[in-house]
Design a protein around this ligand. Sequence first.
Ligand code: FES
Length: 370
Amino acid sequence: MSTPIDAKPTITDLLARDLLAPQSLQQARALPAQFYTDPRMVALERRAVFARSWQLAGHLTRIPEPGDHLVTESPGLPVIVLRDEHGQVRAFHNVCRHRGGPLATQDGCGARRLRCRYHGWTYGLDGVLRSAPEMREALDFDPAQVRLPALQVRTWQGLIFVAEGDAPDFDAFLAGIAERLGNRRFDDYRFHRRVSYEIACNWKVYADNYLEGYHVPHIHPGLNRVLDYRSYVTQVHDWYSFQYSPLESAEGLYGSGEALYWFLYPNTMLNSLPGRLQTNRIVPLGVDRCRVDFDYYYPHEEGAQGQARRASDEAFSDEVQDEDRLICEQVQAGLASGSYEPGRLNPLRENAVHHFQELLRAAWRRDSAA
Ligand code: FES
């Protein structure tokens, strides 16, 4: 039977509705393989998950002056984040209202206008079209009526978040995290650099893997020496989960203290160790491919000692990331093999995986009911 051309596909066109039913932690099974392998999931998740979420876009210190801008995306939607003439941070679709070209293709500073590189339509920093070359013969064409669609913008601890539409209440989204930071102040940190990794797995495979320390003793021998696995705790909250552990044997690298890891639904991680913040954001590049952006932030520290500390931190993180990348790609192959049936989750060690997958099921139920 053919689908009417105006019918909106929903996840229940792909999967049985009972796969979306809530599961208790003690009885939970992992998501079925189709959620990670069916190419139609990309468009469905764009609408049901990402268009209704807060996306981490960067740090305020990266756009200190008017016209400074960051090029990013809400997965599937190109986005530009900028500081306007009045110092206000704004975010717009990075999609020209003429025929879809980009207003910017890379981060920049001091721009007075946003000029589309395709035919030169030029917008103010408020997103309103100011000029369009050779359009005199277009009837009833008023540039002032042409605007780049805006996104919601909120900031927290110096971090900039944007949302396309119906996202969770922002205060509820992050409630309780600042209190747990103690004397760590992310707004005092400075951006150091970004390292991006492309991984041959569905974005949720990477998220699932991040969300449990269950694999740490098996996959990460180096990290396992730094963390105290016996004291590793995982808590879940409304919109995020939180993993923490005392640091062991890390005096040379991070000093003593705690490793604090937050996963903000659906695709952002804040990894805080003494003297550094690393943010990760997973961006789907297709059903079986994703990119993970690692941004490194440190308190201001001049000199060779700070440089050496940053280099060691990056090298250690890179080692852990290589181990994660390999297992995630192997898991994706297993999910795509046709062999896999959803296995039982470990209630003690995989409560955050369960929490994430329950939030996804809720998002898909809501989308299929809309
Ligand atoms: Fe932007 Fe034509 S697409 S000016």
